[in-house]
Design a binder for this molecule. Structure first.
Ligand code: ZN
Length: 265
């Protein structure tokens, strides 16, 4: 606690003093551009990994970067999502999983959790699709590989959950919302982003794209489940991407659930 109190003083004297104009502007209101949904894990810091400043990210953090489906829980997630899109007019959402996620490990030992941490057990029911999907479709994945697959699939499951919210569906159909699925890798600090075209996780730089509002057809059609553009180059397939955690599997992370994404949409 002493460290925290010292930090408060240092923050006020150094950071706030050096960014007076920013804090003056923020005192009149916030205009974050992105709703960032990530795990509570202390190793994942949204502002740090994206190098964004105070006021730029509207953040939801919980165990497992989980979004309970609309109406399934009376927690803060739903109201925060609604506020972000309706009041703050946010048009971009990032769901960010991470390597070595304790919540995903918890999915593999639910019986123990039920006894020891009943609230966590209840919470992880919102990731039951992730657990079952991986159990039934990745029978050979074990150990670290199994966790990696759980993390990758869970991001997509939670994006599906996001789309059960009326305000999310509405914004997508208006072409006013993009949803991105990311995985943050703790060891290297790298982020991979889910790419709808290749159904793999790729470097996010390849997804910097035109906004969906440039496509008028989105008003009358269902938007893709994850809004993103075709990568300018298939870095992954050309071997320019060298992810140790994926290389160990000799596979691209190509979530099986992605095969039926369009139907789920
Ligand atoms: Zn986690």
């Amino acid at each position: 606690m002493k460290k925290l109190v010292r930090g408060l003083e240092e923050f006020k004297q150094k950071y706030v003093a050096e960014h007076q104009q920013l804090f003056e502007e923020l005192s009149h209101g916030q205009k974050p551009r992105v709703l960032f949904i990530s795990c509570s894990d202390s190793r994942v810091d949204p502002n740090l990994i994206t190098q964004t400043d105070v006021g730029e990210l509207f953040v939801i953090r919980n165990a497992g970067n989980i979004v309970p489906p609309y109406g399934a829980a009376n927690g803060g997630e739903g109201s925060t999502i609604e506020y972000a899109l309706q009041a703050l007019k946010i048009e971009q959402i990032v769901v960010c999983g991470h390597s070595h996620c304790g919540a995903m490990k918890g999915l593999l030992q639910l019986n123990k959790l039920q006894a020891d941490m009943p609230l966590v057990y209840d919470w992880l029911k919102h990731a039951e699709s992730t657990r079952r999907l991986v159990a039934e479709n990745y029978p050979h994945a074990q150990g670290e590989e199994q966790i990696e697959v759980l993390v990758a699939e869970n991001v997509l499951v939670q994006i599906d959950n996001l789309k059960t919210y009326p305000v999310v569906r509405s914004r997508i159909l208006q072409g006013k919302l993009q949803i991105y699925g990311w995985i943050y890798h703790i060891e290297t600090g790298e982020v991979l982003a889910y790419d709808e075209q290749t159904r793999t996780y790729v470097p996010p730089q390849s997804q910097i794209s035109a906004t969906p509002s440039s496509s008028g057809s989105r008003l009358s059609t269902h938007a893709p489940p994850v809004a993103c553009s075709i990568p300018s180059s298939r870095l992954w397939e050309s071997g320019q991407v060298n992810q140790p955690w994926l290389r160990s599997q000799q596979i691209k992370i190509q979530p099986i659930s992605a095969l039926s994404r369009s139907e789920l949409a």
